[in-house]
Write a protein that binds this ligand. Structure first.
Ligand SMILES: [Zn+2]
Length: 64
């Protein structure tokens, strides 16, 4: 039972930071609410994206 004393960790899907897999980790598998919301936002953005319209869209040039 060598692993008993070592908490299981999983990489945060958003930032890759190790997240302790425990009941106290309410945002698992994310490390924080922020990462959970970021991932959720990315997922929603994916759903709303219009297929075939990527060639004409400026990608990372959006600034204030
Ligand atoms: Zn994270």
């Amino acid at each position: 039972m060598t692993a008993a004393s070592t908490p299981k960790t999983v990489p945060c899907p958003t930032c890759g930071k190790p997240v302790e897999w425990s009941r106290s980790q309410r945002w698992k598998p994310f490390c924080s609410e922020r990462c959970k919301l970021i991932d959720l936002g990315a997922w929603i953005d994916e759903q709303h994206r219009i297929p075939g319209d990527e060639t004409n869209a400026p990608d990372e040039d959006i600034r204030d």
